[in-house]
Design a protein around this ligand. Structure first.
Ligand SMILES: NC(=O)CC[C@H](N)C(=O)O
Length: 371
């Protein structure tokens, strides 16, 4: 059995929310460091997955946020190259109850703390994650600050400008270059912060050309694609000034599939609106009803914004809501049948999570091949 033990150091500090609520924490590091004042700022959200912390922290959709894991023990199977969802951690901090300096996994290459340090992202432990989660569930996700010093002074830094609202974070995390991978009919994927596992699933079915977030509709069509994919990504969908024209230019011309931010942007492009959920969906076991046959899919989710149901039915005569969240009735998927376009709010690639919804990649492949 591969078994490693890590030496790390901790400094006492606070996680303080914008409403003044504060929690004692320890800031971890691999070498002894002294911290003072503000260490990190961002919007505080919680994720309920039991495993898959590496995929969660490297998902670019978390840019601008502090990820708090409700699972109390994190780090005990390390991290490895294959499970990276991007080349770094894009979240502004990772917050947990207890960090395991002991790890055991035949695939483990490095520790979570080493990964956090490489990305220059603080890892904090000792947080009362249950109290924090209950607070956010009651009062909503809000900006927070991690730092050392008087918590009342620190609270002043946790202002609304550190929420993700009105921020185009896709333009920040997009890979910025265009590349091709895979074989088969050509699909152009717009990279708003695309997870590597989505690239793998699409490249297993298509010749996939990944293009930067701001690529124009005309340029996308110039490649002669048989389908277009709209990726996941961070931030507020209403802040992307370029996506409406980009999507309307390709909509109806080729089959289209969107996931998460891609789903929200498709909805906005047809005139529907998006809004912010009180505390978002972040976890690996959200029940979703597939309305066509009432099958319940257990899904992986990570979003703070959602598509407004009423605006969707007004926006486009032929839109059909295909999936809804059984916890709170949020729209989880819709289709535009005469445009051969569909999208889901949840993550069929899972990573981490259940694979109930993988069929959606095959559904898209069927559309693309029959186009
Ligand atoms: N995973 C995603 O694509 C997230 C979409 C969007 N940034 C939200 O938080 O709702």
């Amino acid at each position: 059995m591969i078994f490693s033990e890590e030496t790390f150091f901790s400094s006492d500090g606070y996680l303080v929310l914008s409403d003044g609520t504060f929690y004692e924490i320890e800031i971890l590091s691999l070498s002894q460091k002294s911290y003072a004042g503000v260490v990190a700022l961002g919007e505080v959200v919680f994720n309920t997955v039991l495993t898959g912390y590496q995929e969660v922290v490297t998902d670019p959709s978390y840019a601008g946020q502090f990820i708090t894991f409700t699972t109390p023990e994190i780090g005990n199977y390390g991290c490895n190259f294959h499970d990276m969802e991007s080349d770094r951690i894009w979240a502004n901090a990772v917050a947990i109850r207890n960090y395991s300096g002991v790890r055991s996994n035949y695939r483990g290459e490095k520790s979570l703390l080493a990964l956090c340090e490489e990305s220059n992202v603080p890892l904090i432990q000792g947080l009362d994650t249950r109290a924090l989660t209950r607070h956010i569930r009651e009062h909503g996700a809000m900006p927070g600050v991690i730092g050392v010093g008087d918590p009342r002074e620190l609270a002043k830094f946790a202002t609304s400008e550190h929420s993700t609202d009105n921020k185009d974070l896709a333009a920040v995390v997009t890979r910025g270059n265009s590349f091709e991978v895979g074989e088969g009919p050509l699909v152009v994927a717009i990279d708003y912060g695309m997870k590597s596992s989505i690239i793998r699933y699409l490249a297993g079915r298509f010749r996939l050309r990944v293009v930067p977030a701001t690529t124009s509709g005309a340029e996308i069509l110039s490649y002669g694609p048989a389908g277009v994919f709209l990726s996941n990504g961070p931030g507020d969908p209403s802040a992307l000034t370029y996506s409406n024209s980009q999507i309307t230019e390709v909509l109806g011309k080729v089959p289209l599939f969107g996931i998460c931010l891609g789903h929200q942007l498709l909805a906005r492009a047809i005139g529907a609106t998006t809004y912010k959920l009180n505390f978002g969906h972040h976890g690996g076991n959200h029940p979703v009803s597939r309305l066509s046959d009432q099958v319940v899919e257990i899904t992986s989710q990570n979003h703070n914004y959602a598509v407004d149901r009423d605006s969707l039915s007004l926006a486009y005569g032929k839109s059909t809501i295909t999936h809804v969240n059984l916890n709170d009735n949020v729209v989880e998927g819709f289709s535009l049948d005469d445009a051969r376009a569909f999208s889901v709010q949840y993550h069929p690639e899972a990573s981490p999570g259940p694979h109930d919804s993988l069929y959606l990649f095959d559904l898209f492949a069927k559309e693309v091949r029959s186009a």
